[in-house]
Design a protein around this ligand. Structure first.
Ligand SMILES: [Zn+2]
Length: 496
């Protein structure tokens, strides 16, 4: 009986609190979201490339918002929101010379740039076998020492399917210096790489340590470069990179020699995460993190990658959530758990800001109850639009990994039932599609440290990672609803 009374009393109090939280949820400001998003995705910020002036201006803008909206600064005795991260940039330069003609990197050729390479005037053994077995049968008779071993396309495909490492180990032991092959597909692969060449490369925190290095340098040519390499031997190469007039010889030396040079330089760089805090009523409890990345892809020549949906949208969402949470505190609704607002840099360069944060956190990962990560809000994705789903502007994708059974899914669903009533799409929770979602944003470093997480997002739109991802294409009603869902979910997480 007594227990029931208590429950009823609590019920009344909880209902009053519930009502107040609903009021704050509905106070989510579309005007602010829009104003902030138009600024972050403006040409002034030049696509917010990590480490650029645009990134710095972005960080300052977020910090100023935190300050104006009652979010505490955790660094430098309460004066700074900036956490400087350290990242190592990789600067590659490479050139290939065929018949005294020098080609810069990606000018009709490519290689894996994992190690410095300096190979001068290397003789080439051209290999025409149609199967791996035939190749190994002849190998004892072949002179491979100090040579580049160039495979025809069929054999190269067979080795790629089987994995290249063991073949390269065998050839390395026999003294070969590199392996190479051609194929029509390299035209496309190289074009795609050229299109991304403006993006700086960084040492990746999750590629394994030390990064994987091939036993031998691997060089790939387009059919055009292959033609140039074989011209002195009067060999004819068709569009598919097949050599047509070799007779029956399964392998032969060619007259042309190859020179391959690759330099790799490493440069330490710094960029800002922007971290703010709202203290909970019980500081002995583990804290909650809400995160979004503010960086994007910068500029390519005159083209700006505005990154409106990716991820100016998520950034303005956590800014608005911070403002709403401060309003809650001002109305006497203090969350039990302390909340960390984390705006990360360097997500696009390989989760660099969040990887740095989990190693240098404000509160230890053991004392982190859960993470709510937001990466892309406010634009219906191609799946919802193309299938003309009735909820195409009233949904959110979710991915929940509650490895410690902390009730994160319940926090999310209860929040949605109480306020926004979006269709929660679990498509990306299907193990078939989950991996890219899991590893593809800032929740991943937390997940690797064992911290449960919720990710909410709107999926991939047709302008994903294109200069055409601009603020005018955002659906601000959807952005508002998704931000409200983030707020109520965070509120629930912080009060569990
Ligand atoms: Zn993103």
């Amino acid at each position: 009986m007594r227990l029931l009374t208590l429950l009823l009393l609590c019920g009344t109090a909880c209902m009053a609190q519930q009502k107040s939280i609903e009021n704050i949820t509905s106070s989510c400001s579309t005007v602010n979201l829009k104003k902030n998003l138009y600024y972050l995705a403006s040409s002034k910020l030049q696509g917010r490339l990590m480490g650029s002036r645009g990134d710095t201006l972005t960080a300052k803008y977020i910090a100023e918002w935190y300050k104006q909206n009652g979010v505490q600064a955790p660094y430098n005795k309460g004066l700074s929101y900036f956490q400087s991260i350290t990242a190592v940039q990789k600067i590659n330069r490479a050139a290939l010379t065929i018949n005294n003609k020098r080609y810069d990197y990606l000018d009709g050729w490519q290689m894996f740039l994992t190690e410095p390479t300096d190979l001068k005037n290397v003789p080439v053994l051209y290999v025409m076998h149609n199967s791996i077995e035939a190749f190994y049968r002849d190998l004892p008779k072949m002179e491979v020492r100090e040579k580049a071993i160039f495979f025809n396309t069929t054999l190269a495909r067979a080795f790629i399917a089987k994995g290249l490492d063991s073949m390269e180990m065998v050839l390395k032991r026999r003294g070969a210096l590199m392996v190479a092959w051609s194929g029509p597909f390299f035209n496309k692969i190289i074009d795609r790489q050229k299109a991304r060449r403006f993006l700086p490369q960084y040492v990746q925190p999750y590629d394994g340590n030390p990064p994987q290095v091939q036993p031998l340098p691997e060089v790939n040519l387009t059919p055009q470069r292959l033609r140039e390499m074989l011209a002195a031997d009067n060999l004819i190469v068709d569009e598919d990179a097949n050599v047509l007039n070799t007779g029956d010889k399964p392998y032969f030396d060619i007259q042309t020699r190859l020179t391959v040079r690759a330099q790799i330089q490493f440069k330490e760089t710094h960029a800002p995460n922007v971290i703010g805090v709202i203290q909970g009523s019980d500081t002995s409890l583990a804290s909650v993190v809400i995160s979004a990345h503010h960086d994007h892809d910068g500029v390519n020549g005159k083209e700006v990658y505005y990154g409106a949906v990716d991820n100016a949208s998520g950034t303005v969402a956590i800014m608005e959530v911070a403002a709403m949470m401060t309003r809650a505190v001002e109305q006497g609704l203090k969350p039990r758990r302390t909340i960390v607002f984390a705006s990360f840099t360097g997500e696009e360069r390989g989760l660099l800001g969040s990887a740095w944060y989990v190693d240098h956190p404000l509160y230890s990962m053991k004392k982190t109850y859960g993470v709510l990560n937001i990466d892309m809000f406010g634009r219906p994705d191609t799946i919802h639009l193309n299938h003309n789903m009735p909820d195409s502007a009233n949904y959110a994708y979710i991915l929940v990994k509650d490895t410690l059974n902390r009730g994160l899914r319940e926090a999310l669903y209860t929040a949605n039932d109480a306020s926004t009533k979006l269709t929660l799409d679990t498509y990306y929770e299907n193990p078939k599609y989950m991996m890219r979602r899991l590893t593809g944003s800032d929740q991943y470093p937390f997940y690797l440290k064992g911290v449960p997480f919720i990710r909410i997002d709107c999926g991939f739109c047709s302008d994903y990672h294109k200069p055409t991802d601009t603020p005018d294409k955002i659906n601000y009603a959807l952005l508002t609803k998704q931000t409200q869902l983030a707020f109520t979910t965070l509120w629930n997480m912080a009060n569990r």
